[in-house]
Design a protein around this ligand. Sequence first.
Ligand code: ATP
Ligand code: LTN
Length: 328
Amino acid sequence: MKRIFSGVQPTGSTHLGNYLGALRNWVALQHEYESIFCIVNLHAVTLPQDPKVLAEKARELARIYLAVGIDPQVSTIFIQSDVPAHAELTWLLNCIARLSELERMTQFKDKVRKQRDNVGVGLLDYPVLMAADILLYQTDLVPVGEDQKQHLELTRDLAIRFNRDYGETFRVPEPYIPKVGARIMSLSDPTRKMSKSDDDPNGCVLLLDDGDTVSRKFKRAVTDSGADIRFDETRPALANLLTIYHLLTGKEMHEIEDHFAGSGYARLKQELAEVTIEFLKPVQERVQSITDEDLNQLLEQGRNRARSIADPTLRSAMERMGLVGARN
Ligand code: ATP
Ligand code: LTN
């Protein structure tokens, strides 16, 4: 069985963009692939985090994975810092990664622009840690949103380079980026992606938002000129709302356009809020219903399963590099 691996950072709160761009596809793919889903807290600390909040967020994210439909009977869920091989393989890959290729990453450049001074080395190294995550599990496919495409290309380059220099060690993974939903845009600015780290909280619908908040956020969503409800790339705010509606209801775009024929933005926003609230309600109920005990057990099993795959891969990479056997 082929394998998928993916992760989300336990920072801020999980939003509709994370769900529609990534989590939703994990759920859909988990029965076709052996699936490993990580809570990437080592990535989270590339920016300052409150330690107590970070630990809570990691648990909350595990609950969200389960609540959106990740089935622990078929998928592995674990916390990145529970498996030391991630940090160890990062070091080995650091020694073949080039400074110039890391400096070229657009997400790094964006984050530097926001931080200016105090740019930590971890931010630069972030994509190498991500490559280690993926390569440790001999991953075939990585389901992510559009913003991770460049990181996936770097992962492939590092795998190919390592295999060439030291001998065949890592499977070279493919990205899985959905045709629709790979880039859900902010409700307050359709030129930027919906993001946890957005300064304006109104642009981002969280999976744990209550009904009133969801309605308010959609009501305030910016719109384009033109009154009719029609999917049109040149009207990005409307296209974004229609994409969310399409993905949450499963209705085809022409059906949606027929449904809203003669109506305006107000009705679309109201129905979109209703559809979203209906989708979120059972998710939120499931988040609440998972006990601490069950969660502990699940994360413990996940850690053991992850280690059983990651450790042998790390070992063979170390052997290839001449880091094993010096004592014999
Ligand atoms: P930040 O904005 O702070 O970088 P984030 O919202 O991008 O955080 P991540 O944990 O970095 O959250 O992303 C988790 C997954 O969600 C990734 O696969 C990413 O590609 C996907 N994703 C994030 N934002 C969107 C979006 N707006 N539309 C579609 N997919 C997204
Ligand atoms: N960088 C990713 C999160 C991430 C990831 C991974 C995704 C870390 N390691 C491995 C897929 C596979 C992001 O979404 N910001």
